[in-house]
Design a binder for this molecule. Structure first.
Ligand code: G6P
Length: 610
Protein backbone atom coordinates (compact mmCIF):
# COMPACT_ATOMS: atom_id res chain seq x y z
CA UNK A 1 0.00 0.00 0.00
CA UNK A 2 1.75 3.12 -1.29
CA UNK A 3 5.20 2.74 -2.82
CA UNK A 4 8.43 4.41 -1.75
CA UNK A 5 11.72 4.76 -3.61
CA UNK A 6 14.83 6.69 -2.61
CA UNK A 7 18.18 6.98 -4.35
CA UNK A 8 21.58 8.41 -3.50
CA UNK A 9 24.59 7.98 -5.75
CA UNK A 10 26.27 9.60 -8.73
CA UNK A 11 23.62 9.30 -11.46
CA UNK A 12 20.74 11.60 -12.37
CA UNK A 13 18.17 10.28 -9.89
CA UNK A 14 14.88 11.28 -11.51
CA UNK A 15 14.66 8.48 -14.12
CA UNK A 16 15.63 5.95 -11.42
CA UNK A 17 12.94 7.25 -9.07
CA UNK A 18 10.22 7.38 -11.71
CA UNK A 19 11.02 3.92 -13.02
CA UNK A 20 11.05 2.66 -9.43
CA UNK A 21 7.63 4.01 -8.49
CA UNK A 22 6.22 2.72 -11.78
CA UNK A 23 7.23 -0.76 -10.66
CA UNK A 24 5.40 -0.11 -7.40
CA UNK A 25 2.34 1.47 -8.94
CA UNK A 26 0.40 -1.70 -8.20
CA UNK A 27 0.73 -0.84 -4.51
CA UNK A 28 -1.16 2.45 -4.83
CA UNK A 29 -1.97 4.66 -7.75
CA UNK A 30 -4.08 7.67 -6.87
CA UNK A 31 -1.28 10.25 -6.92
CA UNK A 32 2.49 10.41 -7.08
CA UNK A 33 5.40 12.74 -6.47
CA UNK A 34 9.17 13.22 -6.29
CA UNK A 35 11.64 15.37 -4.38
CA UNK A 36 15.12 15.96 -5.78
CA UNK A 37 17.99 18.08 -4.48
CA UNK A 38 19.18 20.03 -7.51
CA UNK A 39 22.09 21.97 -6.02
CA UNK A 40 19.94 24.94 -5.08
CA UNK A 41 17.50 23.23 -2.70
CA UNK A 42 14.80 20.58 -2.52
CA UNK A 43 12.52 20.55 -5.56
CA UNK A 44 9.17 18.80 -5.13
CA UNK A 45 6.82 17.89 -7.99
CA UNK A 46 3.49 16.12 -7.32
CA UNK A 47 0.44 15.16 -9.33
CA UNK A 48 -2.91 13.53 -8.71
CA UNK A 49 -3.68 10.45 -10.79
CA UNK A 50 -1.40 7.82 -12.25
CA UNK A 51 2.36 8.27 -12.56
CA UNK A 52 1.92 9.33 -16.17
CA UNK A 53 0.34 12.57 -14.87
CA UNK A 54 3.48 13.20 -12.83
CA UNK A 55 5.64 12.45 -15.87
CA UNK A 56 3.61 14.94 -17.89
CA UNK A 57 4.30 17.60 -15.26
CA UNK A 58 7.99 16.76 -15.33
CA UNK A 59 8.16 17.34 -19.10
CA UNK A 60 9.26 20.91 -18.37
CA UNK A 61 11.72 22.03 -15.75
CA UNK A 62 12.41 18.60 -14.27
CA UNK A 63 14.86 18.89 -11.36
CA UNK A 64 18.29 17.34 -11.92
CA UNK A 65 20.25 15.89 -9.02
CA UNK A 66 21.87 12.76 -7.66
CA UNK A 67 19.66 12.11 -4.65
CA UNK A 68 15.95 12.11 -4.15
CA UNK A 69 12.81 10.33 -3.02
CA UNK A 70 9.55 9.37 -4.72
CA UNK A 71 6.15 8.00 -3.78
CA UNK A 72 3.04 6.51 -5.33
CA UNK A 73 0.04 6.90 -3.04
CA UNK A 74 -3.04 5.03 -1.85
CA UNK A 75 -4.92 7.68 0.10
CA UNK A 76 -5.76 7.23 3.78
CA UNK A 77 -5.96 10.78 5.18
CA UNK A 78 -6.89 13.48 2.70
CA UNK A 79 -8.37 13.07 -0.76
CA UNK A 80 -6.04 12.14 -3.60
CA UNK A 81 -5.12 15.52 -5.08
CA UNK A 82 -1.87 17.30 -5.98
CA UNK A 83 -1.50 18.84 -2.55
CA UNK A 84 -2.02 15.69 -0.51
CA UNK A 85 0.33 13.65 -2.72
CA UNK A 86 3.76 12.87 -1.22
CA UNK A 87 6.52 14.05 -0.70
CA UNK A 88 5.46 16.35 2.13
CA UNK A 89 7.59 19.18 3.39
CA UNK A 90 7.80 21.77 6.14
CA UNK A 91 6.74 25.33 5.25
CA UNK A 92 10.11 26.33 3.81
CA UNK A 93 10.73 23.06 2.05
CA UNK A 94 13.87 22.30 4.03
CA UNK A 95 12.72 18.72 4.72
CA UNK A 96 10.99 16.38 2.26
CA UNK A 97 9.50 13.07 3.28
CA UNK A 98 7.52 10.17 1.84
CA UNK A 99 5.52 7.89 4.10
CA UNK A 100 3.58 4.64 4.04
CA UNK A 101 1.34 3.87 7.00
CA UNK A 102 -0.72 5.99 9.37
CA UNK A 103 0.39 8.44 12.07
CA UNK A 104 -2.38 7.81 14.57
CA UNK A 105 -1.63 10.72 16.93
CA UNK A 106 -1.23 13.23 14.12
CA UNK A 107 -4.13 15.36 15.43
CA UNK A 108 -2.42 15.97 18.78
CA UNK A 109 0.98 16.51 17.18
CA UNK A 110 -0.46 18.89 14.62
CA UNK A 111 -2.21 21.00 17.28
CA UNK A 112 1.00 21.23 19.31
CA UNK A 113 3.05 22.21 16.26
CA UNK A 114 0.46 24.79 15.19
CA UNK A 115 0.62 26.28 18.68
CA UNK A 116 4.37 26.64 18.11
CA UNK A 117 3.70 28.52 14.88
CA UNK A 118 3.90 25.78 12.23
CA UNK A 119 1.52 26.28 9.32
CA UNK A 120 0.08 23.19 7.63
CA UNK A 121 -0.93 22.96 3.98
CA UNK A 122 -2.49 19.52 3.58
CA UNK A 123 -5.05 17.22 5.17
CA UNK A 124 -2.57 14.37 5.52
CA UNK A 125 -1.23 12.75 8.66
CA UNK A 126 2.21 12.62 7.04
CA UNK A 127 2.80 16.37 7.00
CA UNK A 128 3.25 16.44 10.78
CA UNK A 129 6.33 14.28 10.45
CA UNK A 130 7.98 16.75 8.06
CA UNK A 131 7.27 19.58 10.51
CA UNK A 132 8.48 17.56 13.48
CA UNK A 133 11.76 16.67 11.77
CA UNK A 134 12.26 20.30 10.78
CA UNK A 135 11.68 21.33 14.37
CA UNK A 136 14.47 19.02 15.57
CA UNK A 137 16.80 20.05 12.73
CA UNK A 138 16.36 23.68 13.79
CA UNK A 139 17.67 22.69 17.20
CA UNK A 140 20.94 21.78 15.48
CA UNK A 141 20.49 18.00 15.27
CA UNK A 142 21.79 16.00 12.32
CA UNK A 143 19.11 14.50 10.06
CA UNK A 144 19.54 11.01 11.53
CA UNK A 145 19.01 12.30 15.09
CA UNK A 146 16.17 14.58 14.07
CA UNK A 147 14.33 11.67 12.42
CA UNK A 148 14.94 9.46 15.47
CA UNK A 149 13.59 12.15 17.82
CA UNK A 150 10.54 12.77 15.64
CA UNK A 151 9.76 9.06 15.47
CA UNK A 152 9.89 8.84 19.26
CA UNK A 153 6.94 11.29 19.30
CA UNK A 154 4.88 9.33 16.81
CA UNK A 155 2.25 6.62 17.37
CA UNK A 156 1.15 4.51 14.45
CA UNK A 157 2.85 2.81 11.55
CA UNK A 158 5.38 4.05 9.09
CA UNK A 159 7.86 3.29 6.40
CA UNK A 160 9.54 6.59 5.55
CA UNK A 161 12.27 8.08 3.40
CA UNK A 162 13.51 11.56 4.36
CA UNK A 163 15.95 14.11 2.96
CA UNK A 164 16.81 17.66 3.97
CA UNK A 165 18.39 20.71 2.46
CA UNK A 166 21.05 21.13 5.12
CA UNK A 167 22.62 17.69 4.54
CA UNK A 168 22.79 17.15 0.80
CA UNK A 169 23.48 13.53 -0.08
CA UNK A 170 22.00 12.04 3.10
CA UNK A 171 18.89 9.92 2.91
CA UNK A 172 17.26 8.40 5.99
CA UNK A 173 14.80 5.52 5.87
CA UNK A 174 12.92 4.03 8.81
CA UNK A 175 10.33 1.39 9.42
CA UNK A 176 7.66 0.52 11.91
CA UNK A 177 4.93 -1.73 10.55
CA UNK A 178 5.46 -0.81 6.89
CA UNK A 179 8.14 -2.60 4.89
CA UNK A 180 11.39 -0.93 3.90
CA UNK A 181 14.43 -2.37 2.16
CA UNK A 182 17.86 -0.91 1.52
CA UNK A 183 19.47 -1.72 -1.84
CA UNK A 184 23.26 -1.77 -2.04
CA UNK A 185 25.23 -1.16 -5.23
CA UNK A 186 28.63 0.30 -6.04
CA UNK A 187 28.62 3.84 -4.66
CA UNK A 188 24.83 3.87 -4.99
CA UNK A 189 22.22 3.13 -2.36
CA UNK A 190 18.48 2.73 -2.60
CA UNK A 191 15.52 2.74 -0.26
CA UNK A 192 12.31 1.03 -1.31
CA UNK A 193 9.11 -0.29 0.17
CA UNK A 194 9.39 -3.30 -2.13
CA UNK A 195 12.34 -4.98 -3.84
CA UNK A 196 10.52 -4.71 -7.20
CA UNK A 197 11.41 -1.01 -7.33
CA UNK A 198 15.16 -1.58 -7.29
CA UNK A 199 15.81 -5.12 -8.56
CA UNK A 200 16.80 -3.61 -11.93
CA UNK A 201 19.79 -1.95 -10.19
CA UNK A 202 20.81 -4.34 -7.45
CA UNK A 203 19.98 -7.72 -5.96
CA UNK A 204 21.79 -7.03 -2.69
CA UNK A 205 19.29 -5.93 -0.10
CA UNK A 206 18.84 -5.44 3.62
CA UNK A 207 15.38 -5.76 5.13
CA UNK A 208 14.82 -3.28 7.94
CA UNK A 209 12.93 -4.53 10.98
CA UNK A 210 10.45 -2.52 13.02
CA UNK A 211 12.12 0.24 14.98
CA UNK A 212 15.13 0.42 12.66
CA UNK A 213 16.49 3.05 10.37
CA UNK A 214 19.08 3.25 7.59
CA UNK A 215 21.25 6.25 6.81
CA UNK A 216 22.55 6.39 3.26
CA UNK A 217 25.05 8.65 1.49
CA UNK A 218 27.22 8.19 -1.62
CA UNK A 219 30.05 7.18 0.72
CA UNK A 220 28.23 4.30 2.39
CA UNK A 221 25.43 3.45 4.74
CA UNK A 222 24.74 2.28 8.26
CA UNK A 223 21.76 0.85 10.07
CA UNK A 224 20.60 1.68 13.58
CA UNK A 225 17.58 1.57 15.83
CA UNK A 226 15.47 4.71 15.92
CA UNK A 227 17.11 5.24 19.32
CA UNK A 228 20.35 5.48 17.30
CA UNK A 229 22.03 2.28 18.51
CA UNK A 230 23.96 0.77 15.62
CA UNK A 231 22.72 -2.62 14.33
CA UNK A 232 24.46 -4.91 11.86
CA UNK A 233 22.05 -6.36 9.30
CA UNK A 234 22.40 -9.39 7.07
CA UNK A 235 22.67 -8.67 3.34
CA UNK A 236 20.28 -10.87 1.31
CA UNK A 237 20.44 -11.89 -2.35
CA UNK A 238 17.19 -11.39 -4.28
CA UNK A 239 16.58 -14.57 -6.28
CA UNK A 240 14.41 -13.21 -9.08
CA UNK A 241 15.01 -10.74 -11.87
CA UNK A 242 13.43 -7.97 -13.89
CA UNK A 243 11.83 -10.17 -16.55
CA UNK A 244 9.55 -11.60 -13.87
CA UNK A 245 8.02 -8.21 -13.16
CA UNK A 246 7.43 -7.28 -16.80
CA UNK A 247 4.41 -8.13 -18.92
CA UNK A 248 6.26 -10.41 -21.35
CA UNK A 249 3.95 -9.69 -24.30
CA UNK A 250 0.67 -9.95 -22.38
CA UNK A 251 -1.73 -7.03 -22.37
CA UNK A 252 -2.03 -7.10 -18.59
CA UNK A 253 -0.12 -8.55 -15.66
CA UNK A 254 -3.29 -10.32 -14.56
CA UNK A 255 -3.54 -12.28 -17.82
CA UNK A 256 0.17 -13.09 -17.72
CA UNK A 257 -0.19 -14.34 -14.16
CA UNK A 258 -3.26 -16.44 -15.01
CA UNK A 259 -1.21 -18.07 -17.77
CA UNK A 260 1.75 -18.60 -15.45
CA UNK A 261 -0.30 -20.94 -13.26
CA UNK A 262 0.98 -24.24 -14.70
CA UNK A 263 4.51 -23.14 -13.81
CA UNK A 264 3.50 -21.54 -10.51
CA UNK A 265 1.80 -24.73 -9.32
CA UNK A 266 4.75 -26.80 -10.59
CA UNK A 267 7.14 -24.57 -8.64
CA UNK A 268 5.02 -24.82 -5.50
CA UNK A 269 5.42 -28.62 -5.66
CA UNK A 270 9.01 -28.79 -6.89
CA UNK A 271 11.17 -31.06 -4.71
CA UNK A 272 8.33 -31.49 -2.23
CA UNK A 273 6.19 -34.26 -3.69
CA UNK A 274 7.09 -37.95 -3.66
CA UNK A 275 4.53 -39.70 -5.86
CA UNK A 276 5.98 -43.20 -5.41
CA UNK A 277 5.63 -43.07 -1.64
CA UNK A 278 2.62 -40.73 -1.47
CA UNK A 279 4.50 -38.21 0.66
CA UNK A 280 5.11 -34.49 0.83
CA UNK A 281 8.29 -33.03 2.32
CA UNK A 282 8.12 -29.47 3.59
CA UNK A 283 11.52 -28.67 5.06
CA UNK A 284 10.64 -25.21 6.34
CA UNK A 285 8.03 -26.34 8.85
CA UNK A 286 10.75 -26.70 11.50
CA UNK A 287 8.62 -29.35 13.26
CA UNK A 288 9.46 -32.92 14.21
CA UNK A 289 7.12 -35.79 13.21
CA UNK A 290 6.24 -36.00 16.88
CA UNK A 291 5.20 -32.32 16.95
CA UNK A 292 3.17 -32.79 13.77
CA UNK A 293 1.25 -35.62 15.44
CA UNK A 294 0.60 -33.53 18.54
CA UNK A 295 -1.26 -30.69 16.78
CA UNK A 296 -4.71 -30.53 18.33
CA UNK A 297 -6.19 -27.69 16.35
CA UNK A 298 -5.36 -25.43 13.41
CA UNK A 299 -6.32 -21.79 12.95
CA UNK A 300 -5.87 -20.35 9.47
CA UNK A 301 -5.48 -16.57 9.17
CA UNK A 302 -5.62 -14.47 6.02
CA UNK A 303 -7.39 -11.67 4.16
CA UNK A 304 -9.07 -11.46 0.76
CA UNK A 305 -8.06 -14.15 -1.67
CA UNK A 306 -5.65 -15.67 0.85
CA UNK A 307 -8.59 -16.16 3.21
CA UNK A 308 -10.44 -18.00 0.44
CA UNK A 309 -7.43 -20.30 -0.02
CA UNK A 310 -7.59 -20.90 3.73
CA UNK A 311 -11.23 -22.03 3.46
CA UNK A 312 -10.22 -24.71 0.97
CA UNK A 313 -7.41 -25.64 3.38
CA UNK A 314 -10.01 -26.14 6.10
CA UNK A 315 -11.93 -28.65 3.99
CA UNK A 316 -8.73 -30.51 3.07
CA UNK A 317 -7.11 -30.61 6.49
CA UNK A 318 -10.25 -31.66 8.34
CA UNK A 319 -11.09 -34.40 5.88
CA UNK A 320 -7.65 -35.89 5.35
CA UNK A 321 -5.47 -34.85 8.29
CA UNK A 322 -8.41 -35.14 10.72
CA UNK A 323 -7.48 -31.97 12.61
CA UNK A 324 -10.17 -29.43 13.60
CA UNK A 325 -9.62 -26.22 11.62
CA UNK A 326 -11.01 -22.70 11.94
CA UNK A 327 -10.45 -20.08 9.27
CA UNK A 328 -10.46 -16.52 10.53
CA UNK A 329 -10.36 -13.12 8.92
CA UNK A 330 -7.07 -11.83 10.31
CA UNK A 331 -8.64 -8.43 10.92
CA UNK A 332 -11.29 -9.93 13.22
CA UNK A 333 -8.99 -12.35 14.96
CA UNK A 334 -6.60 -9.66 16.13
CA UNK A 335 -9.29 -7.67 17.91
CA UNK A 336 -10.98 -10.55 19.71
CA UNK A 337 -9.57 -12.49 22.59
CA UNK A 338 -9.15 -15.75 20.70
CA UNK A 339 -8.48 -18.98 22.51
CA UNK A 340 -5.08 -20.15 21.43
CA UNK A 341 -2.78 -22.55 23.24
CA UNK A 342 0.34 -24.56 22.66
CA UNK A 343 -1.58 -27.31 20.88
CA UNK A 344 -2.77 -24.78 18.31
CA UNK A 345 -0.94 -24.46 15.02
CA UNK A 346 -1.59 -21.19 13.23
CA UNK A 347 -1.23 -21.09 9.45
CA UNK A 348 -0.74 -17.57 8.18
CA UNK A 349 -1.53 -17.19 4.49
CA UNK A 350 -0.37 -14.08 2.67
CA UNK A 351 0.88 -13.50 -0.85
CA UNK A 352 2.77 -10.34 0.09
CA UNK A 353 3.74 -11.37 3.60
CA UNK A 354 3.08 -7.76 4.58
CA UNK A 355 -0.70 -7.41 5.03
CA UNK A 356 -0.89 -5.52 8.30
CA UNK A 357 -3.96 -7.30 9.69
CA UNK A 358 -2.49 -10.72 8.94
CA UNK A 359 0.85 -9.77 10.43
CA UNK A 360 -0.74 -8.35 13.59
CA UNK A 361 -2.96 -11.43 13.97
CA UNK A 362 0.08 -13.68 13.66
CA UNK A 363 1.93 -11.69 16.30
CA UNK A 364 -1.07 -11.96 18.62
CA UNK A 365 -1.32 -15.73 18.14
CA UNK A 366 2.41 -16.17 18.81
CA UNK A 367 2.16 -13.98 21.88
CA UNK A 368 -0.50 -16.37 23.15
CA UNK A 369 1.82 -19.32 22.72
CA UNK A 370 0.85 -20.75 19.34
CA UNK A 371 3.33 -21.86 16.73
CA UNK A 372 2.80 -19.90 13.50
CA UNK A 373 3.71 -21.18 10.05
CA UNK A 374 3.66 -18.80 7.10
CA UNK A 375 2.36 -19.72 3.65
CA UNK A 376 3.87 -16.77 1.87
CA UNK A 377 4.99 -15.77 -1.61
CA UNK A 378 7.36 -12.85 -1.09
CA UNK A 379 10.70 -14.14 0.14
CA UNK A 380 12.09 -12.14 3.05
CA UNK A 381 8.74 -10.47 3.79
CA UNK A 382 7.84 -9.69 7.38
CA UNK A 383 5.47 -12.63 7.91
CA UNK A 384 8.06 -14.99 6.43
CA UNK A 385 10.72 -13.62 8.76
CA UNK A 386 8.66 -13.47 11.92
CA UNK A 387 6.86 -16.82 11.68
CA UNK A 388 8.21 -19.95 13.37
CA UNK A 389 8.57 -21.69 10.04
CA UNK A 390 6.60 -22.06 6.87
CA UNK A 391 6.39 -22.84 3.22
CA UNK A 392 7.11 -20.42 0.41
CA UNK A 393 4.65 -20.85 -2.43
CA UNK A 394 7.29 -19.82 -5.04
CA UNK A 395 4.72 -18.31 -7.41
CA UNK A 396 7.14 -15.55 -8.47
CA UNK A 397 6.26 -11.84 -8.27
CA UNK A 398 2.52 -11.18 -8.54
CA UNK A 399 1.87 -7.64 -9.81
CA UNK A 400 -1.81 -7.68 -10.87
CA UNK A 401 -3.82 -6.37 -7.93
CA UNK A 402 -6.33 -9.20 -8.30
CA UNK A 403 -4.54 -12.29 -7.02
CA UNK A 404 -4.57 -15.32 -9.35
CA UNK A 405 -1.46 -17.47 -9.43
CA UNK A 406 -0.83 -16.85 -5.74
CA UNK A 407 -4.26 -18.35 -4.98
CA UNK A 408 -3.72 -21.59 -6.89
CA UNK A 409 -0.21 -21.88 -5.47
CA UNK A 410 -1.48 -21.32 -1.93
CA UNK A 411 -4.07 -24.07 -2.40
CA UNK A 412 -1.34 -26.33 -3.81
CA UNK A 413 0.80 -25.75 -0.73
CA UNK A 414 -2.20 -26.43 1.51
CA UNK A 415 -2.68 -29.72 -0.34
CA UNK A 416 0.98 -30.57 0.26
CA UNK A 417 0.54 -29.75 3.92
CA UNK A 418 -2.58 -31.91 4.08
CA UNK A 419 -0.63 -34.77 2.57
CA UNK A 420 2.32 -34.25 4.92
CA UNK A 421 0.14 -34.02 8.04
CA UNK A 422 -2.27 -36.71 6.86
CA UNK A 423 0.51 -39.25 6.34
CA UNK A 424 1.76 -38.57 9.87
CA UNK A 425 -1.73 -39.01 11.23
CA UNK A 426 -3.08 -42.18 9.77
CA UNK A 427 -3.62 -41.55 6.04
CA UNK A 428 -2.90 -44.76 4.14
CA UNK A 429 0.04 -45.02 1.77
CA UNK A 430 -2.35 -45.84 -1.08
CA UNK A 431 -4.43 -42.74 -0.53
CA UNK A 432 -1.26 -40.66 -0.17
CA UNK A 433 -0.10 -41.99 -3.53
CA UNK A 434 -3.43 -41.12 -5.14
CA UNK A 435 -3.31 -37.52 -3.86
CA UNK A 436 0.33 -37.13 -4.89
CA UNK A 437 -0.34 -38.59 -8.36
CA UNK A 438 -3.27 -36.26 -8.91
CA UNK A 439 -1.19 -33.32 -7.72
CA UNK A 440 1.59 -34.13 -10.15
CA UNK A 441 -0.94 -33.95 -13.01
CA UNK A 442 -2.19 -30.47 -12.09
CA UNK A 443 0.13 -28.36 -14.29
CA UNK A 444 -0.89 -30.25 -17.44
CA UNK A 445 -4.59 -30.02 -16.48
CA UNK A 446 -4.29 -26.27 -15.87
CA UNK A 447 -2.86 -25.96 -19.42
CA UNK A 448 -6.02 -27.66 -20.67
CA UNK A 449 -8.24 -25.16 -18.85
CA UNK A 450 -6.22 -22.24 -20.21
CA UNK A 451 -6.80 -23.53 -23.73
CA UNK A 452 -10.43 -22.41 -23.36
CA UNK A 453 -9.40 -18.76 -23.05
CA UNK A 454 -10.91 -17.75 -26.42
CA UNK A 455 -14.18 -19.43 -25.55
CA UNK A 456 -14.33 -17.57 -22.24
CA UNK A 457 -13.63 -14.29 -24.01
CA UNK A 458 -16.51 -14.87 -26.45
CA UNK A 459 -18.81 -15.75 -23.58
CA UNK A 460 -17.73 -12.73 -21.57
CA UNK A 461 -18.99 -10.54 -24.45
CA UNK A 462 -22.52 -11.58 -23.56
CA UNK A 463 -22.24 -10.57 -19.92
CA UNK A 464 -20.54 -7.18 -19.92
CA UNK A 465 -23.78 -5.25 -19.43
CA UNK A 466 -24.93 -7.12 -16.32
CA UNK A 467 -24.56 -5.39 -12.98
CA UNK A 468 -25.09 -8.37 -10.68
CA UNK A 469 -23.83 -11.94 -10.59
CA UNK A 470 -24.29 -14.86 -8.22
CA UNK A 471 -21.74 -17.67 -7.82
CA UNK A 472 -22.87 -20.95 -6.27
CA UNK A 473 -21.27 -24.20 -5.29
CA UNK A 474 -20.88 -26.77 -2.54
CA UNK A 475 -18.05 -28.59 -0.80
CA UNK A 476 -14.44 -28.03 -1.76
CA UNK A 477 -15.54 -25.69 -4.54
CA UNK A 478 -17.63 -23.44 -2.30
CA UNK A 479 -14.67 -21.11 -1.58
CA UNK A 480 -14.16 -20.94 -5.36
CA UNK A 481 -17.63 -19.41 -5.62
CA UNK A 482 -16.47 -16.72 -3.17
CA UNK A 483 -13.24 -16.22 -5.07
CA UNK A 484 -14.97 -16.04 -8.47
CA UNK A 485 -17.32 -13.37 -7.13
CA UNK A 486 -14.46 -11.45 -5.55
CA UNK A 487 -12.46 -11.46 -8.80
CA UNK A 488 -15.43 -10.08 -10.73
CA UNK A 489 -16.22 -7.29 -8.31
CA UNK A 490 -12.58 -6.30 -7.82
CA UNK A 491 -11.75 -5.68 -11.43
CA UNK A 492 -15.03 -5.11 -13.30
CA UNK A 493 -16.97 -3.30 -10.52
CA UNK A 494 -19.92 -5.66 -11.02
CA UNK A 495 -21.70 -6.56 -7.83
CA UNK A 496 -21.22 -10.28 -7.26
CA UNK A 497 -21.98 -12.64 -4.40
CA UNK A 498 -20.73 -16.13 -3.72
CA UNK A 499 -22.90 -18.54 -1.72
CA UNK A 500 -23.00 -22.21 -0.84
CA UNK A 501 -25.52 -23.47 -3.40
CA UNK A 502 -27.88 -24.81 -0.73
CA UNK A 503 -28.05 -21.40 0.94
CA UNK A 504 -29.57 -19.94 -2.22
CA UNK A 505 -33.01 -20.86 -0.98
CA UNK A 506 -32.49 -18.78 2.15
CA UNK A 507 -32.30 -15.45 0.37
CA UNK A 508 -30.47 -15.05 -2.93
CA UNK A 509 -33.17 -16.94 -4.81
CA UNK A 510 -35.31 -13.81 -4.43
CA UNK A 511 -32.88 -12.00 -6.74
CA UNK A 512 -33.16 -14.45 -9.59
CA UNK A 513 -34.86 -13.40 -12.81
CA UNK A 514 -33.91 -13.31 -16.48
CA UNK A 515 -31.36 -10.55 -15.77
CA UNK A 516 -29.38 -12.47 -13.18
CA UNK A 517 -26.42 -14.55 -14.37
CA UNK A 518 -25.70 -17.42 -11.98
CA UNK A 519 -22.36 -19.19 -12.17
CA UNK A 520 -22.51 -22.79 -10.93
CA UNK A 521 -19.39 -24.80 -10.26
CA UNK A 522 -20.80 -28.28 -10.77
CA UNK A 523 -17.83 -30.57 -11.26
CA UNK A 524 -18.40 -34.31 -10.78
CA UNK A 525 -18.04 -35.01 -7.09
CA UNK A 526 -20.29 -36.10 -4.25
CA UNK A 527 -22.24 -32.81 -4.34
CA UNK A 528 -22.86 -32.99 -8.10
CA UNK A 529 -26.48 -34.16 -8.08
CA UNK A 530 -27.45 -31.59 -5.49
CA UNK A 531 -25.80 -28.74 -7.38
CA UNK A 532 -27.56 -29.80 -10.58
CA UNK A 533 -30.87 -29.66 -8.67
CA UNK A 534 -30.01 -26.12 -7.60
CA UNK A 535 -29.36 -25.29 -11.24
CA UNK A 536 -32.86 -26.47 -12.10
CA UNK A 537 -34.29 -24.19 -9.42
CA UNK A 538 -32.52 -21.23 -10.98
CA UNK A 539 -33.56 -22.25 -14.45
CA UNK A 540 -37.19 -22.49 -13.34
CA UNK A 541 -36.94 -18.81 -12.39
CA UNK A 542 -35.39 -17.85 -15.73
CA UNK A 543 -31.91 -17.12 -14.32
CA UNK A 544 -29.09 -17.35 -16.86
CA UNK A 545 -26.73 -20.17 -16.02
CA UNK A 546 -23.02 -20.44 -16.65
CA UNK A 547 -21.76 -23.86 -15.60
CA UNK A 548 -18.19 -24.86 -14.81
CA UNK A 549 -18.43 -28.59 -15.43
CA UNK A 550 -16.22 -31.64 -15.77
CA UNK A 551 -15.02 -32.43 -19.30
CA UNK A 552 -17.58 -34.60 -21.09
CA UNK A 553 -20.49 -33.76 -18.78
CA UNK A 554 -23.36 -33.27 -21.23
CA UNK A 555 -26.02 -33.25 -18.52
CA UNK A 556 -24.69 -30.05 -16.92
CA UNK A 557 -24.30 -28.57 -20.40
CA UNK A 558 -27.93 -29.30 -21.23
CA UNK A 559 -29.10 -27.39 -18.15
CA UNK A 560 -26.93 -24.33 -18.58
CA UNK A 561 -26.93 -21.43 -21.04
CA UNK A 562 -23.16 -21.73 -21.29
CA UNK A 563 -20.68 -24.29 -20.11
CA UNK A 564 -16.94 -24.11 -19.52
CA UNK A 565 -15.15 -27.40 -18.99
CA UNK A 566 -12.36 -28.34 -16.64
CA UNK A 567 -10.53 -31.69 -16.43
CA UNK A 568 -11.51 -34.07 -13.63
CA UNK A 569 -9.44 -34.38 -10.48
CA UNK A 570 -10.00 -35.58 -6.93
CA UNK A 571 -12.41 -33.24 -5.10
CA UNK A 572 -9.76 -31.64 -2.87
CA UNK A 573 -7.76 -30.49 -5.91
CA UNK A 574 -10.69 -29.52 -8.10
CA UNK A 575 -10.68 -25.87 -6.88
CA UNK A 576 -7.26 -25.36 -8.45
CA UNK A 577 -8.83 -26.14 -11.83
CA UNK A 578 -12.34 -24.72 -11.45
CA UNK A 579 -11.16 -21.27 -10.35
CA UNK A 580 -9.30 -20.67 -13.61
CA UNK A 581 -12.30 -20.17 -15.94
CA UNK A 582 -13.65 -17.75 -13.31
CA UNK A 583 -10.40 -15.78 -13.30
CA UNK A 584 -10.56 -15.61 -17.11
CA UNK A 585 -14.25 -14.67 -17.07
CA UNK A 586 -13.68 -11.74 -14.71
CA UNK A 587 -10.62 -10.66 -16.72
CA UNK A 588 -12.45 -10.58 -20.06
CA UNK A 589 -15.58 -8.95 -18.66
CA UNK A 590 -13.41 -6.23 -17.07
CA UNK A 591 -11.41 -5.65 -20.25
CA UNK A 592 -14.57 -5.39 -22.31
CA UNK A 593 -16.05 -2.92 -19.82
CA UNK A 594 -12.91 -0.80 -20.25
CA UNK A 595 -11.75 -1.26 -16.65
CA UNK A 596 -8.18 -0.89 -15.49
CA UNK A 597 -7.59 -4.57 -14.83
CA UNK A 598 -4.19 -4.40 -13.16
CA UNK A 599 -4.97 -1.34 -11.06
CA UNK A 600 -8.67 -1.41 -10.16
CA UNK A 601 -10.01 1.68 -8.46
CA UNK A 602 -9.63 2.05 -4.69
CA UNK A 603 -7.72 -1.22 -4.27
CA UNK A 604 -4.08 -1.88 -3.50
CA UNK A 605 -2.04 -5.01 -3.87
CA UNK A 606 -0.55 -5.00 -0.45
CA UNK A 607 -2.65 -3.56 2.36
CA UNK A 608 -0.21 -2.29 4.93
CA UNK A 609 -2.62 -0.02 6.79
CA UNK A 610 -5.54 -1.16 8.93
C1 G6P B 1 -5.46 -7.12 -1.01
C2 G6P B 1 -5.29 -7.63 -2.42
C3 G6P B 1 -5.86 -9.04 -2.53
C4 G6P B 1 -5.22 -9.95 -1.49
C5 G6P B 1 -5.36 -9.38 -0.08
C6 G6P B 1 -4.52 -10.15 0.91
O1 G6P B 1 -6.81 -6.91 -0.76
O2 G6P B 1 -5.92 -6.77 -3.34
O3 G6P B 1 -5.59 -9.55 -3.82
O4 G6P B 1 -5.83 -11.20 -1.55
O5 G6P B 1 -4.90 -8.03 -0.05
O6 G6P B 1 -3.17 -9.96 0.58
P1 G6P B 1 -2.01 -10.94 0.97
O7 G6P B 1 -0.77 -10.32 0.38
O8 G6P B 1 -1.95 -10.95 2.47
O9 G6P B 1 -2.31 -12.27 0.40
Amino acid sequence: MCGIVGYVGHRDCLPILIEGIKRLEYRGYDSAGVAVEDGTGLKVVKAAGKIRSLEAKLQTGAPVGTFGIAHTRWATHGEPNDLNAHPHTDEKCTVALVHNGIIENYGTLKAALEAEGHVFKTQTDTEVLAHLIEKYLRKGLKLERAVGEALEDVEGTYGIAVMCESEPGTLVGARHGSPMVVGIADGEYYLASDVAAIVEHTRQVIYLDDGEMAVLSPNGFHTATVALERVEKEVHDVDWDLSQIEKGGYEHFMLKEIFEQPDAVRNAMRGRLNVEEGLARLGGLNMTPEQLREIRRIIILGCGTSWHAGLIGEYMLEEFARIPVEVEYASEFRYRNPIVDEGTLVLVISQSGETIDTLAAMREARRKGARALGIVNVVGSTIARESDGGVYIHAGPEIGVASTKAFTSQVTVLALLTLALGRHRGMSRDYGIEIAREMSQLPEKIERVLASNDLVRQMADLYTKHNNFIYLCRGFNFPVALEGALKLKEISYIHAEGYPAAEMKHGPIALIDENMPVVFICTKDSAYEKVVSNMMEVRARKGRIIAIATEGDTEAASRADHVLYVPPSIPMLQPILSVIPLQLLSYHVAVQRGCDVDQPRNLAKSVTVE
